[in-house]
Design a binder for this molecule. Structure first.
Ligand code: SME
Length: 137
């Protein structure tokens, strides 16, 4: 259908749809990895702009997922010692790695202003979203 629409535009639409549809998804973004530089780069988002458009592997929740290849669900960001604050309103965060042909190429990152809102259902749903996204990369 929309063959002419760029991947960046489609990623932004996914972010906007998720942020608008799910009340406790206050900020939704996709970071992509530069494996040579060992950095994550913000490619699309919905919500308030963030200063953290480049994140080194290992830093913050996002940087840890770049290295672990595993979901990271944070019920309370204040309890994390390796955390990068983007907004004073954020209480919880979920980061799900995005795999393309078995390689961890990036991640979806969601911040919530609600305390402890994320369940295993969010993990399964966002894993599904990432599988669909990997098909357009
Ligand atoms: N909180 C993230 C940084 C990205 S902002 O949430 C948009 C982290 O600790 O990695």
């Amino acid at each position: 259908a929309n063959e002419s629409e760029s991947v960046d535009d489609r990623l932004t639409e996914v972010c906007e749809l998720l942020q608008a549809s799910i009340g406790y998804y206050d900020w939704v973004g996709f970071y992509f990895a530069n494996h040579e530089a060992r950095t994550l780069h913000l490619r699309a988002f919905a919500g308030e702009p963030t200063d953290h458009v480049v994140i080194p592997f290992g830093k913050g929740i996002c940087g840890q997922v770049a290295e672990s290849n595993e979901n990271f669900v944070v019920a309370d960001v204040k309890a994390q010692n390796n955390y990068i604050a983007c907004s004073m309103y954020v209480k919880a965060e979920i980061v799900i790695p995005l795999f393309k042909d078995g390689v961890n190429v990036g991640q979806i990152d969601i911040d919530s202003h609600m305390a402890d809102p994320f369940s295993p259902e969010d993990e399964r749903f966002l894993e599904w979203v990432n599988e669909r996204v990997s098909e357009i990369l």
